[in-house]
Write a protein that binds this ligand. Structure first.
Ligand code: APR
Length: 229
């Protein structure tokens, strides 16, 4: 079966990585316009690098959880396209192949001048020089608000081809990710939302599994890999 999966911060929450919009979320003590927009980076690159250096250190300390590992298991039995809004590498460390990071990766560095990409160091500074054009214009390879998410052609196609679309641990508040369920449904896919609670996108899903990802994702994967007789 062709399964397209979209994950959000909720799948990494039980690994100790903060989500964005919970009561203790990242957007409670950081202003999006300061740390997650091109204008914010131009205004204060050092602040933006401090924000992503903190998140990179948190992600490096975190371990994949049972939900990450279950999705890796699923990919062994089904044709899975794993699309994530997350910038941590827990899906990769949990064993998933070919993860599509539509919002970029903490482990990536990007030159704001020439567009060159290279592996990020744990601590990055804007005066770090680009290995290609040597300009001091290093930024995190993260898609900020107002920028175009990565790999959208591949993502739309995978969602259109899917027999089943699942969204796991995302609040359904940021587009285009939040529109993928509707797109899948229009293309004839079954749709399921796995989350702690109802979300802004719940109306787009035919089925809802409610609970912590480390409990409901392994159960969901077991059902898909060993369907009850
Ligand atoms: N198990 C399952 N779901 C969970 C868990 C958990 N343990 N903990 C939290 N959740 C759910 C919450 O109910 C919420 O619906 O995860 C979702 C987290 O929502 P957000 O914090 O908004 O994160 P996300 O949906 O990934 O944000 C999307 O917004 O700020 C941008 O670029 C950022 O990629 C991010 C995008």
């Amino acid at each position: 079966m062709r399964i397209a999966i979209l994950t959000g911060a909720g799948i990494s929450a039980e690994s100790g990585i903060r989500t964005f919009r919970a009561t203790d979320g990242l957007w409670e003590d950081h202003r999006i316009e300061d740390v997650a927009t091109p204008a914010g980076f131009r205004a204060d690159p050092a602040l933006v690098h401090r924000f992503y250096n903190m998140r990179r250190a948190d992600a490096a300390r975190a371990q994949p959880n049972a939900a990450h590992r279950a999705l890796a298991r699923l990919a062994k039995q089904h044709d899975v396209t794993l699309i994530t809004q997350n910038v941590d590498d827990l899906h990769e460390r949990g064993g998933s192949p070919n993860v599509i990071h539509m919002h970029g990766r903490l482990l990536g560095a990007l030159c704001a001048t020439c567009g060159h990409r290279w592996p990020a160091t744990l601590v990055m500074r804007s005066q770090d020089r680009c290995p290609s054009c040597t300009k001091p214009a290093t930024r995190p390879d993260i898609v900020w608000f107002g920028e175009i998410p990565y790999h959208m052609e591949q993502i739309w196609q995978a969602v259109e081809d899917a027999d089943l679309f699942a969204a796991i641990g995302t609040s359904g508040q940021v587009y285009p990710a939040a529109g993928l369920a509707q797109h899948a449904r229009r293309a004839g896919a079954q749709t399921v939302e796995l989350n702690l609670a109802q979300t802004a996108a719940s109306r787009d899903f035919m089925e809802h599994l409610i609970g912590p990802a480390t409990l409901i994702v392994p159960q969901w994967v077991d059902e898909l890999c060993h369907p009850a007789p």
